[in-house]
Design a protein around this ligand. Structure first.
Ligand code: ZN
Ligand code: ZN
Length: 253
């Protein structure tokens, strides 16, 4: 499985793209910056977008991607998420006020986008991969995902504070090759992290105790204005499993 880090951050600047990953060239996980990081040809190859939650830093490029691949010959692009997330995207984004309802454009028989509702805890297929959604602990309905093929399984935390069920699932996987965990704020901003249900390096250290001991942990969703302090706090953990991701990183499992 190839994982391209298209957007590693929980905020936006010309040097920091918002959360988005591309798996095997065809499956996106979150859509914070798909159109800023993929060529039009690469965008046209995306078949499915798996969404962790409705916050804007995870879906901001979704309207523009759908518009760019509109009317392609290979059929609609598929947005995949549990019901609570899909409902929020339909009600608040593709609502004919913020952006057109592309499930009815050009017409409902041949739409540009379809929404596929999946059930948390029930494995599903997405393009060539298998996946499982697990609820995590954030301020809106949010899901982490395990994704796997014949060789490897990876897990993405989504936005979350301290959580349990996702790590229970991760510990069950003998084929787990990488863990992608959010780490949004430095320790000095622990109160904001607690209220907004995000991790800091200190709370990440506690989460690490719940993770399989030998699996690499890749950090993402750092808030760009806090990066110097965040990097210092992560370095102080001196845990060789930890790696801070950046836009453009590529990993293979
Ligand atoms: Zn976020
Ligand atoms: Zn969020």
């Amino acid at each position: 499985m190839r994982v391209r880090v298209l957007g590693a951050y929980g905020g936006s600047s010309p040097w920091h793209r918002q959360t988005s990953f591309l798996l095997d060239g065809t499956v996106a996980l979150d859509a914070g910056a798909l159109t800023q990081s993929l060529s039009l040809e690469e965008q046209a190859r995306v078949r499915s977008i798996v969404v962790t939650h409705s916050h804007l830093d995870h879906i901001a490029s979704l309207p523009f991607l759908v518009e760019n691949v509109f009317a392609r010959s290979s059929g609609p692009i598929e947005v995949v998420a549990p019901k609570d997330v899909v409902s929020l995207l339909k009600d608040h984004l593709f609502n004919d006020a913020i952006w057109p309802d592309f499930t009815r454009i050009p017409n409902h028989l041949l739409p540009a986008v379809t929404f596929r509702v999946i059930e948390a805890g029930v494995p599903f297929r997405v393009d060539g991969l298998q996946a499982l959604a697990v609820p995590v602990s954030h301020v809106v309905p949010t899901f982490g995902y395990l994704l796997w093929d014949d060789q490897a399984c990876v897990v993405f935390s989504g936005d979350t504070g301290p959580t349990e069920a996702l790590w229970t699932e991760a510990r069950r996987r003998a084929d787990l090759k990488a863990i992608f965990v959010e780490c949004s704020f430095p320790d000095a901003m622990a109160e904001i992290a607690g209220i907004s249900k995000h991790l800091t390096p200190a709370t990440l250290r506690e989460e690490m105790r719940k993770l399989p001991a030998s699996v690499p942990v890749n950090l993402y969703h750092m808030k760009p204005p806090t990066l110097p302090q965040l990097r210092a706090d992560v370095a102080a953990l001196s845990d060789p499993r930890l790696r801070i991701l950046d836009d453009g990183d590529e990993l293979e499992f």
